[in-house]
Design a protein around this ligand. Sequence first.
Ligand SMILES: [Zn+2]
Length: 307
Amino acid sequence: MVRQRTLKTLTKAVGVGLHGGQRVELTLRPAPPDTGIVFRRVDLPVPVDIPVSAQSVTDTRLASTISNGGAKVHTVEHLMSACAGLGVDNLYVDITAEEVPILDGSSASFVFLLQSAGIELQNAPRRFIRVRRPVEIREGEGENLKWARLEPYHGYKLGFEIDFAHRAIDSTGQRYEFDLGAGQYSRDIARARTFGFTKDVEMMRSRGLGLGAGMDNAIVMDDYRVLNAGGLRYDDEFVKHKILDAMGDLYLIGKPLLAAYSAFRSGHALNNKLIRALLADQDAFEVVSFGDERQAPVGFAQPARAW
Ligand SMILES: [Zn+2]
């Protein structure tokens, strides 16, 4: 049986929020089978749980924000991406502010945290959402065209293409495909950082956002070049970060996907529309589990591998 997974023990991190710049404590705790991933705002007078789901996403400007009533958590996508990459199904995420700490701007620190705590196999079948028919969201035309698509695939792979018309970005790889069964998330994707432009940071700060942003948690560019002294971590770090984001955004559906995702200039908003469109079409997906591990896609039955 391909089993659900949680952590062996709890683990903690402290960091700052990218936009609010506030200190945030994060505690990741094991959760029973079928819990899913549940954020808990422990700083509120009465703690509020925010279980992740496609419908829990209430804002996709700058980052993916989830809500339950008035309680919110911003910038959940990098932690969600690490959970998708390592196959963590059940987790409590206790948080002391309304924003997940940005740490180094990638998901590498979350991968390190999850791996340090250790992955525990649970006595319940892992349930996947298997895409049965293509679903696509397309917006804009010409220079503004963007689209995202899910298609049937026995496994999980993501192909992404970016087009920024910026010298520093266009000189790098614009297209990348990552297959979770064949690649290694922690090596191939997790270290890719978020990126931004100095003019956008200045604009955000004038609106009270981006207060925690800096070169230690983002690739920062002016109109011509990357300003970080260390340069890029991957030659194609930009497009890899878009895949990292997409894995987090799509995992907000609440279950691992069996699908091929492909996208052109997609972002948090389009990714969320895509999973909502999938769920709205009963014939486009089914929920499956694997009693016999040999029926599962290659790589999905071996939790010990260093994803
Ligand atoms: Zn991101």
